[in-house]
Design a protein around this ligand. Sequence first.
Ligand SMILES: NC(=O)c1ccc[n+]([C@@H]2O[C@H](COP(=O)([O-])OP(=O)(O)OC[C@H]3O[C@@H](n4cnc5c(N)ncnc54)[C@H](O)[C@@H]3O)[C@@H](O)[C@H]2O)c1
Length: 459
Amino acid sequence: MRIAMIGTGYVGLVSGACFSEFGVSVTCVDKDAGKIERLKRGEIPIYEPGLEQLVASNTAAGRLGFTTELKPAVVGADAVFIAVGTPSRRGDGHADLSYVFAAAAEIAEALAEAPADRTVVVTKSTVPVGTGRRVERILRNRLPHGRFDIASNPEFLREGSAIQDFMRPDRVVIGTDSEHARGVLGALYRPLYLLETPMVFTTLESAELIKYAANAFLATKITFINEMADLCEAVGADVQDIARGIGLDGRIGRKFLHAGPGFGGSCFPKDCQALIRTAEIAKRPLAVVDTVLRVNDARKRRMADRIAEACGGDVFGKTLAVLGLTFKPNTDDMRDSPSLSILPVLHEAGARIHAFDPEGMDEARKLMPELTYFGDAYATMEGADALVLITEWNEFRALDLERVKSLLRQPLVIDLRNIYKPDEMIAAGLTYHSIGRPPASQPGDKTLTEKPAGLRVIA
Ligand SMILES: NC(=O)c1ccc[n+]([C@@H]2O[C@H](COP(=O)([O-])OP(=O)(O)OC[C@H]3O[C@@H](n4cnc5c(N)ncnc54)[C@H](O)[C@@H]3O)[C@@H](O)[C@H]2O)c1
């Protein structure tokens, strides 16, 4: 089989490489000539574990190619996937579908030159319900007698574990009313049948909505546990025990119950926004999702205050060592990262910010040029008044605490991801603040139970 992947970003590149690993002949198309040039040289434009090897081996095997030319990639393909970006439209929060529609128009143009072929046009981008039908109309207007089929195949991979997610998904969702499209997509995903991956065959509309419903639900779960963390701080409970205590209930599940600074990333914020807009248009407002988004935005903004509070109420003239800038570990993606809501505010308040991230600094430099960037974790800490952990990269989980203490001017650690245990930090002589957990008790200190706020200075 032969397919074309239109858009070679996080989703298009990973999906294209994985389909080629399944034995399919894949051409990845992108408008960004620089990106395609790099890929042709074997350079991977994003950071995603395992991707470089996967792309290299499949390119060498002749199954994976890269081009800026859409037409030759599309003509003769069994299926054409649209995997372009659908960011929030500036101003109103609707999904910006201009890239999807532009790609659909280009596909229509290409197919107009290949009337004998039958092509399945598949939307892999996250698009609001009804978009597939609009893509169909764009194609039908240009190809009144053309042989094409429309399908929706939303993608659920997570950056940082994208290859594993694509190769071993919890499910594959395919929405179409065409028997031919079902056959072609079923054949493309056949290697997953061996793993007994559940296949959800449904309508175009349902497939489109499943993707938004999944992201909105996960965003709700995170926001729920974050609010529980706030309550824990007020009443002296431990949010990690709450998460375990409720997560062991199979109806709730243990994943996505980690309290933190609020969700960010390239999907949850914009997808919740777009879903809310879709629901408004349908006159079925989604009060829960709307609240989740508002609570999460407020939380991210509040994190700067919490850091300032932990620093004694003011960060003016202080140096903060910040570890982790990306929205989550194992990616270089900075889109909507909580660090973008927190650090500019602290800088504005007069803090000097020394930052390090294993993969996100190139992008972070463009978005936050006011920060000073360092080459490793310990270099950021030298002479700093506090250490702030924002993203839980593995390499930050086992810092040499003695060295941390000796490098910091004040032995103060503010951990927005709860990656350390309060007791081990106290034992190391550090003043430690985390999310939703009672401050570690110090020997003989009974007053702490009376002031359980997670970010209060306790030393
Ligand atoms: N990033 C994720 O983790 C993730 C997960 C699941 C779903 N999604 C969804 O997948 C879609 C793509 O997301 P992404 O993160 O890969 O975006 P991205 O911005 O990384 O990549 C999009 C690519 O499409 C290219 N492009 C735009 N218009 C084009 C055209 N007409 N022809 C050829 N190339 C074109 C851009 O140059 C860019 O390289 C979005 O709808 C997103 O919501 C993303």
